[in-house]
Design a protein around this ligand. Structure first.
Ligand SMILES: [Zn+2]
Length: 68
């Protein structure tokens, strides 16, 4: 089978489903857009926690100092 020789299958890092690894799959190495979003959401939410807390702290102290 020559066709199967052309296909490179990889396991999706998110759900471990075997998916084609080629230009026909824009979400490679993920199997679908959903798995790409899940992976993006995971590091994005982790990244968001650090600046989010420091931003809240600054906003709280700003009206306090200008209150005088
Ligand atoms: Zn997947």
């Amino acid at each position: 089978m020559e066709a199967s020789k052309n296909k490179r299958m990889v396991a999706c890092p998110q759900c471990h489903t075997l998916t084609e690894f080629n230009e026909k799959n824009p979400y490679r190495p993920f199997c679908s857009k959903l798995c790409t979003l899940i992976d993006l959401g995971q590091w994005a939410s982790e990244n968001y926690r650090v600046p989010d807390t420091s931003n809240l702290d600054e906003e709280l102290s700003e009206p306090h100092s200008s209150s005088k």
